[in-house]
Design a protein around this ligand. Structure first.
Ligand code: F6R
Length: 370
């Protein structure tokens, strides 16, 4: 079943190009319009949506955080992202014009299902982004966008994450198309950038594993890790930190890189491994220089710097001890590639320590209790 891989996690990470590709496949009809899978929401109601709340748990919530940056940019309506268990019990403001987007790989996560029911009881529409056909969450939702990542067996989620981001981007572009907030040409250009991502993920899988393996070997004994990113790199940092906690049992914290001087920098000591997600430098991206100055600050305190950065980034080369390269792509697309070396890092570190990467202790694949 593992098809020659020594773990499901390894196999599933290598299925990420296909997961993105299949999630994108067949979304454009003959007129060049975007299609969703099952929509039991009137087009008129869809157009009237004035707020989105994305709910999910764990990795799914981080995919939602990535989507917030893209959807607000394209659709110009507020997008909130909330953990399903927090959302459910805080009396959220929901109206018939609120679209709740429930993201779940399994479609059976009880926290997310209860939150979905709560939203529908309050009269909001729910769209599910789900990887499992016919599961409870898509069954109870008003609309469904399936991620076609294929069955995910390893407990730690990998390919589902990139498929969830892809699906959420399709939803964003669909809404932009309905509301006319983005020109048709730009929608098509963005879809083209998305379509180019499977190849870019493949490039990472073909070229970066030896670097990741060296990093894992060097860092296997580290007691803790920090992960820092800005903009879409922030949820990627959180996801990288979660993977390392889950399967290598290493204490990690993910932060927004801008928070560094507001507290977390106190944790940085000689040799502390700090992972930075560095945005593209092209177009004199202001975020790039801000992340670089964060790197300089922790480097000055003796940190061991691991960076995920765009190929050829000279600033990063100057400071980082280990670099995982990303091929050029637009900032909004970068999470699809940047998460890959972080998943591999967690897997390699867990293997170094002799752990079962597919079945981490204390965790279940789907959490069907609240
Ligand atoms: C992380 C992980 C969990 C799940 C979370 C939600 O690797 O697997 O954090 O992402 O339990 O699960 P689903 O997506 O099935 O609702």
């Amino acid at each position: 079943e593992k098809g020659g891989w020594d773990s499901f996690m390894d196999k599933e990470i290598h299925e990420e190009p296909a997961a993105v590709q299949r999630t994108l496949f067949g979304r454009l009809d003959d007129e060049g319009s975007i299609n969703l899978d099952e929509v039991r929401i009137d087009e008129h109601d869809f157009k009237a949506i004035d707020k989105i709340i994305v709910i999910g748990c764990g990795t799914a919530s981080y995919a939602g955080m990535v989507a917030k940056y893209a959807i607000e940019h394209w659709v110009r309506i507020p997008v909130e992202v909330e953990l399903a268990h927090e959302f459910r019990y805080r009396d959220p403001i929901l109206t018939p014009r609120t679209l709740v987007v429930a993201i779940s790989q399994s479609g059976e996560t009880m926290d997310t299902l209860m939150a979905l029911r709560h939203a529908r009881e309050q009269g909001s529409k729910v769209l599910a982004i789900c990887n499992t056909q016919g599961a409870s969450i898509p069954r109870e939702a008003d609309a469904v966008l399936y991620t076609h990542a294929g069955p995910e067996v390893a407990v730690a989620s990998t390919k589902a994450f990139v498929a969830q981001i892809t699906a959420a981007y399709i939803l964003g572009l669909y809404l932009a198309q309905l509301k006319g907030t983005v020109f048709r040409d730009e929608i098509h250009q963005t879809l083209d950038s998305l379509k180019a991502m499977p190849q870019k993920i493949q490039w990472v899988l073909d070229t970066q594993p030896p670097r990741v393996a060296r990093a894992a070997e060097h860092l296997a004994d580290a007691n803790s890790f920090l992960f820092l990113g800005r903009h879409v790199g922030y949820p990627v940092a959180l996801e990288g930190a979660l993977k390392l906690k889950e399967i290598a049992y290493t204490f990690t914290e993910g932060f927004a890189a801008g928070e560094l001087k507001h507290g977390p920098i106190a944790l940085v000591d000689e040799g502390e491994p700090v992972v930075f997600i560095v945005p593209p430098a092209r177009g004199r991206n202001i975020l790039h220089s801000k992340v670089i100055s964060g790197i300089e600050e922790v480097k000055a305190r003796g940190a061991f710097i691991i960076a995920v950065a765009e190929e050829g980034d000279k600033d990063v080369e100057r400071y980082a001890d280990i670099i995982f390269w990303r091929p050029q792509c637009p900032t909004l697309m970068s999470p699809l590639v940047d998460v890959v070396p972080l998943q591999l890092l967690a897997m390699d570190m867990a293997k170094q320590k002799g752990y079962d990467v597919d079945k981490p202790r204390n965790l279940a694949k789907s959490v069907t209790v609240e």
